[in-house]
Design a protein around this ligand. Structure first.
Ligand code: ARG
Length: 480
């Protein structure tokens, strides 16, 4: 803890430096005020207001650090902390009056604190908006990433419930969107659940990398004053403190990573959305949407549309745009802070908001839809879907797989040409016969997927146990 007396020069003794209505934070250096167009173009208050709770938390910790450094006495600190409390309730209750010169939330809070307590003029001692905004945004990101992760877990739980409920129902698995091999419906649903598990893991890993305090880095270089970066980091609940002031004031890796995590999560939601659209179509007929989670047509009375699923698919484009936009903003920036960095916030806030909305809406849709398992099974029971089983049956009896593939392929071709049914041709084939033809009976093929991680009842039961363990572990990580 640093407790040395400052050099004797009070860095904040120009009392009339306190920003008041209409004055910029830099008015001392400038002969005139800012142009209206400048304010209109550079203002970030409309969106960074969301950082107010984090800004106030950061300021409280900074005040306590200034006290430890002897830069603020007890009375001054008490007055500034009380003013911060007032600002907090004014903001929370919508009573806070913003003024034209409040270009961002940091400016607005400091201006109001200084109106309420003259010692507020010392609040910015040793601090810059550069380390301040980085601190605020990391505090926000840590919270938001955990909140999104919690909702991801919620969607995983819906998929898990529906998988359990699906029991032994099966449907065609597809490659190239062509019917390939039958798979349990539970297997298909859990496939999306595992992808979401990786999303959750990424969100928490990004949270951990965001968990570094920038406070004390100043504008870019640290300070001549006895600040206490380690103490303020601890005070704010950060796991670590910055090592390099230049790096930490210009580092937005955590935002880029969060945007990637959210974009990939968005891609996963988009793929679920696409399958909902397919399955809910008359052509597939696998899924019936609940009225509350579908929309009608303004003109065609018969329509029931999967708009949630379509927007989950469509809005993923916007999430990818946020990621590419920020990376493009960052790529040419010299160290350290450049105003370009202000462009980090809107994409992050929007990506978080959109993903939270999508997770809620898709979760509700999936929880309330009805699976038409009869339609699924009818589609999966085509004897052609068991062709691979016939080839594997031959392999079990000593035929090389390539030869087995050719034998079954020829049977498929003859059946498609209309010579006889697949079952008849199989039963009559010298290399196959009635035992092989029994594999073409409805429901048999899916039971033959017996290997670990496979689509049949045995491995899916094992998989479900592992999935439950994952959910329990991740729930514990989120509660921690
Ligand atoms: N509104 C600014 C941002 O979001 C805060 C930092 C301003 N710093 C500065 N040197 N102008 O990035």
């Amino acid at each position: 803890m640093t407790g040395t007396d400052p050099t004797g020069t009070d860095p904040t003794d120009a009392a009339d430096d306190a920003p008041t209505d209409g004055k910029t934070l830099w008015h001392g250096r400038f002969a005139g005020g800012p142009a209206e167009e400048l304010l209109a173009y550079t203002v970030s208050l409309p969106y960074d207001r969301r950082l107010a709770p984090h800004d106030i938390r950061g300021s409280r910790a900074h005040v306590r650090g200034l006290v430890r450094g002897g830069l603020l006495d007890g009375d001054e600190a008490a007055a500034v902390l009380a003013a911060l409390d007032t600002v907090e309730s004014e903001l929370a209750e919508g009573r806070f009056t913003f003024v034209a010169s409040d270009e961002d939330i940091h400016t607005a809070v400091e201006r109001r604190v200084t109106e309420l307590a003259p010692a507020g003029a010392k609040l910015h001692t040793g601090r810059s908006r550069n380390d301040q905004v980085a601190t605020d945004l990391r505090l926000y990101a840590k919270e938001a990433l955990v909140a999104v992760a919690g909702r991801v877990l919620g969607l995983q739980a819906v998929l898990r419930e529906r998988a359990v409920e699906a029991g032994d129902a099966y449907l065609p698995g597809y490659t190239h969107l062509q019917r390939a091999q039958p798979v349990l419906l539970a297997h298909h649903l859990l496939a999306h659940g595992w992808a979401l598990g990786r999303d959750l893991d990424r969100l928490l890993a990004t949270r951990d990398r965001a968990d570094v305090s920038p406070l004390g880095a100043g504008a870019l270089a640290g300070s001549s004053l006895p600040l206490d970066p380690v103490g303020t980091a601890e005070d704010l609940g950060f796991a670590a403190v910055f090592d390099n002031s230049l790096d930490v004031t210009s580092d937005r890796d955590f935002v880029a990573e969060a945007l990637f995590d959210l974009a990939l999560l968005g891609v996963h939601l988009s793929r679920i959305g696409e399958e909902v659209c397919l399955w809910a179509s008359d052509e597939f007929g696998f899924l019936r949407l609940d009225d509350a989670y579908s929309t009608g047509s303004s003109m065609m009375p018969q329509k029931k549309n999967p708009d949630i699923a379509e927007l989950a698919r469509g809005r993923s484009g916007r999430l990818i745009g946020h990621l590419t936009g920020l990376l493009t903003t960052l790529k040419g920036l010299p160290l350290t802070y450049n105003r370009d960095l202000q462009e980090d916030k809107e994409p992050l806030f929007d990506a978080v908001d959109q993903v939270v909305l999508a997770l809620g809406a898709l979760g509700g849709l999936l929880a309330t839809s009805r699976f038409d398992t009869a339609a699924m099974q009818a589609a999966a029971d085509s004897p052609y879907a068991a062709a691979t089983d016939l080839a594997e049956w031959l392999v079990e009896r000593g035929t090389a797989f390539r030869d087995a593939h050719a034998i079954v392929g020829e049977v498929v071709r003859r059946a498609l040409d209309g010579e006889a049914t697949m079952a008849e041709l199989t039963a009559a084939h010298p290399a196959l016969g009635p035992d092989a033809a029994a594999l073409l009976e409805p429901g048999v093929s899916v039971t033959r997927r017996t290997t670990r991680g496979g689509a049949g009842p045995g491995p899916v039961a094992d998989q479900l146990a592992r999935f439950d363990a994952l959910l329990a572990r991740d729930r514990a990580r989120l509660d921690a």
